[in-house]
Design a protein around this ligand. Sequence first.
Ligand code: FES
Length: 310
Amino acid sequence: MQPQLKSKVRCTDREIGEVTKVIVDPLSREISDIVVSMNGSGERQVPMALVQTVTGDVVQLGKASSEVAALPPFRRDEYLSTHEVEIAHLEDNLHVAPGEVLVPFPELEKNVKRRTFFMNFTHAIGFLIGLPIAFPILRYLMKPMYAPFDNGWLKIGNVGKIKSDDIGVQFKYKKKVKEAYLPEAEIEKNVWILKATPAVLDKVYQGKDMEFRDAAGKSVWTNKKDIPYVAFSGKCPHLGCGYKWRQHKVLGQVFLCPCHLSIYDASGKVLDGPAPRPLDALPIKVSASGDVQIIDMEFKAGTKSQIRII
Ligand code: FES
């Protein structure tokens, strides 16, 4: 008769617990061990060789309880249940259900840590071998992402076309750009320039010169607070749409972005709408003959602080 799950387990001197699992030899398909729950003091793996008789729901061992208690504790992680691994016909001759039938963990799987190590080691070697080939390609592809900002001056027109103070005038210009691995292309951009009266100028600069820095924090240019020409990036700081100089029924002449109706006054200050910050002023210089140059900068849209991206 086979040991049954939940069978009582008796030693030569007393009852010690019950059968909670059986371990089966996957080759012979015979029960090799039983796992005995020792009345609250852990589980012991008891070889079938110690089983004297199995009658009804009692398993009689031929050892004293102290000897069984001295057996090593049962290690569940060294076994797989038949729910985890399928071995054909393994349970055909067993009568232990419902319950847990275990088979020893395959030796090969026990070495999984070692195998994982060798697998990772192989990957690392492969990576080192491939690096000299991949590096120039990656560098070529990613170079534009890490290229320093272009702080060159662009000539965009002459202030002679500005006829009145505090009026936004659009200046269009073309710029060559290189996007990642795509060929260089020329795109059309624009800025808004106004000749500001002292009151508007004061709102733009708030009494201080405006300094522009590169990514390393080095000063690139300073707009002097008393030079009347102010240039604003042509992109709305909300989400980057192009805006216009328009007549507003209530507010008078304003910069108006049609995308989500952000409204800015002549100094770039937000009067209405979702824009998170004022218009982005750019470095500007005007020659004695009126030629205007700017440094083309772009800033991240949608942020309260000004974060340069181009
Ligand atoms: S992009 Fe200008 S208001 Fe949204």
